[in-house]
Ligand binder design. Structure first.
Ligand code: UTP
Length: 314
């Protein structure tokens, strides 16, 4: 469903997710996007009309998630402010008759219970996920990275699909995977598949391998479902050489000790937009701007003109 700014958040929902709880880590330093991230969270950078993290939240609501825990950190208060109701803004938009904007800002209509906790020291994604242990309360939990959007405008229900696979197969871990070009494998966790198809067993994982050593081109894509035992495994991990606790290491331990780790392939219309590096952020912005129902055609004409001009000058 297209979620143009006029679409009410309540129109996103549908089926409840069989795993209703999701952790969204947003505590990372975002150094690859400096200077843009010096005093603002990378998850709040805009992609076309909305901050990145808003697409993530809407995507989770679309999958039927009900409870969402943000793992925030120093300098991330803008995320909390964004999702808080702003009564003064609401009143002034109401008076100005800006109904469409009012609807687009009504996050309460997403039907999500949004909570926050902090990662005091940025010790890596594994450690950020560990901060969600009390929230998970011994139940399976979804994890969605706050700097990655799945599908144009977050138009995906991959998390619901992953939750269904998790429960149907009594899995320990389910990860979303996407095939990436060979020159991108060194940016991501890459899986060693033990089968083919839309859902397949994962034998092992390697964090950011060189292309020549990679077991496949299937990259872990920022969405996970974990069994409650994952927290104990994370606690046992040693930091890597950058001092970070890597979630890839925890998943590899589960896979290599015989636990059921499954990959769910993202569909062709579920591209993973990773905003954590500059080229990918630029590309995502352009693609989302081109898809904007009101302004996309104009952006397209502008890009054509700019490209023609730069070809002329070359
Ligand atoms: P990244 O792996 O992109 O790390 O995080 P980063 O620290 O944010 O960015 P760089 O490497 O300095 O540029 C992936 C997701 O995990 C969160 C980030 O906020 C992002 O949403 N994260 C990462 C944490 O919550 N805590 C961490 O310690 C690291």
């Amino acid at each position: 469903m297209n979620h143009s700014p006029g679409t009410r958040p309540s129109q996103l929902g549908g089926l409840d997710c069989p795993i209703p709880n999701a952790v969204v880590p947003v505590a990372g330093l975002g150094t690859r996007l400096l200077p843009a991230t010096k005093s603002q969270p990378k998850e709040m950078l805009p992609v076309a009309r909305k901050p990145i993290v808003q697409y993530v939240v809407e995507e989770l609501a679309r999958s039927g998630v009900r409870n969402l825990l943000f793992v925030t950190g120093r300098g991330k208060a803008a995320i909390e402010n964004h999702f808080d109701p702003d009564l003064a803004l609401r009143e002034s938009l109401g008076k100005a008759g800006k109904e469409e904007l009012l609807a687009a800002l009504d996050f309460q209509e997403l039907g999500l219970n949004i909570l926050y906790t902090r990662q005091s020291v940025q010790r890596g994604l594994g450690d950020a996920i560990l901060q969600g242990e009390a929230f998970a309360a011994g139940q399976p939990v979804i994890v969605a990275l706050g700097d990655s959007i799945i599908g144009i405008e977050g138009n995906s229900t991959a998390c619901r699909r992953m939750a269904e696979v998790f429960l149907a197969h009594d899995a320990a871990v389910v990860v979303a995977v996407e095939e990436v070009p060979e020159d991108h494998v060194s940016f991501y966790g890459i899986v060693e598949p033990g089968g083919v198809g839309d859902t397949f067993a994962i034998r092992s994982l390697v964090e950011k391998p060189a292309a020549k050593d990679a077991p496949s081109r299937l990259a872990v894509s920022g969405r996970y479902v974990f069994f409650p035992g994952i927290f104990e495994i994370i606690r046992r991990l040693r930091p890597d050489k950058r001092g970070e606790i890597q979630i890839t290491d925890a998943i590899r331990m589960v896979a290599e000790s015989g636990g059921s780790v499954l990959g769910v392939r993202l569909r062709p219309d579920e591209t993973r937009y990773d905003i954590g590096n500059l080229p990918s952020y630029f590309e995502t912005f352009i693609e989302f701007a081109l898809a904007d129902p009101d302004h996309g055609p104009r952006v397209r004409r502008y890009l054509r003109r700019v490209l023609a001009r730069s070809r002329g000058g070359a």
